[in-house]
Design a binder for this molecule. Structure first.
Ligand code: IMP
Length: 187
C-alpha cells in the first residue's frame, strides 16, 4: 500500500510552492547583497526541503547553517517547552542572519529561537517561513516573509512530517482523519 493513500487532499500543489519560492527568493535578493554575506539558518527537520529549493534561487553570496529544535508536546501541537537538539556551527555575532522555518504555528518555537539568537548579538535578524497558521498564534512573533497563510489544519509534506513520515511528499497535503486517529502503528 502506498503512503500516498493516506493523503486526503492537496492543500498547496508542487507547482504553486515552486512558483512562490521564486517570489520569496526575489524578496531576499532585494534585501541582501554579497557584502552582507548572510547566514541562512535552516530549522530542522521541517525546513530542509524549503531551504534546499530557496537557496538555489538566491543571487547573493550566503552561507547556510542548521539548527534542530524539539518542541515537547503531545501529538500534533507544541506546548511551549522547547529545546535545542543541534546548535549552530557558526558564530552569528555581528552577522546578518535569516531564519528559514517550515511553519509558524503557536509561535513558541520561533519565539525561543529569536530569543536565543538575539542573545548572540547578530547584526540583523529576519525570518522567512514557508507556511503560517496565524489563527493558532499563542505568542506574538515577528515574521518578515511568509510563503502561504494556511487555515488551522495539520499539514504534511514538503519537509513537514506526521510522526516523522511524509517529509518527502512534494506538495503540502492533509492526511485522512483515520490516519491521525489511528496513528501510524509505531512507537
Ligand atoms: P509552534 O512552536 O507551535 O509554532 O510550532 C512550530 C513547529 O511545529 C514547526 O516548526 C513544525 O515542526 C511543527 N508543526 C506545527 N504545525 C504543523 C503542521 O501542521 N504540520 C507539521 N508540523 C507542524
Amino acid at each position: 500500500m502506498s503512503m500516498f493513500q493516506d493523503i486526503e487532499r492537496v492543500l498547496i500543489s508542487e507547482a504553486k510552492i515552486q512558483a512562490r519560492i521564486v517570489e520569496l527568493a526575489d524578496e531576499l535578493n532585494a534585501l541582501y547583497d554579497d557584502a552582507d554575506l548572510p547566514v541562512l539558518v535552516c530549522i530542522l527537520k521541517g525546513a530542509f526541503v524549503f531551504l534546499a529549493d530557496l537557496t538555489r534561487h538566491l543571487d547573493f553570496r550566503h552561507e547556510v547553517d542548521f539548527m534542530e529544535i524539539s518542541s515537547y508536546g503531545a501529538g500534533t501541537t507544541s506546548t511551549g517547552v522547547v529545546r535545542i537538539l543541534l546548535d549552530l556551527a557558526s558564530n552569528i555575532e555581528g552577522r546578518q542572519v535569516v531564519i528559514v522555518e517550515d511553519i509558524v504555528d503557536t509561535g513558541h518555537t520561533l519565539d525561543y529561537i529569536l530569543r536565543s539568537f538575539t542573545a548572540r548579538n547578530p547584526a540583523g535578524l529576519r525570518v522567512v517561513t514557508l507556511l503560517d497558521k496565524p489563527s493558532r498564534r499563542a505568542i506574538d512573533v515577528p515574521v518578515d516573509i511568509v510563503g502561504f497563510e494556511i487555515p488551522n489544519e495539520f499539514v504534511m509534506g514538503y519537509g513537514l512530517d506526521y510522526s516523522e513520515q511524509y517529509r518527502n511528499v512534494p506538495y503540502i497535503g492533509v492526511l485522512k482523519p483515520e490516519v491521525y486517529r489511528e496513528g501510524l502503528g509505531i512507537s
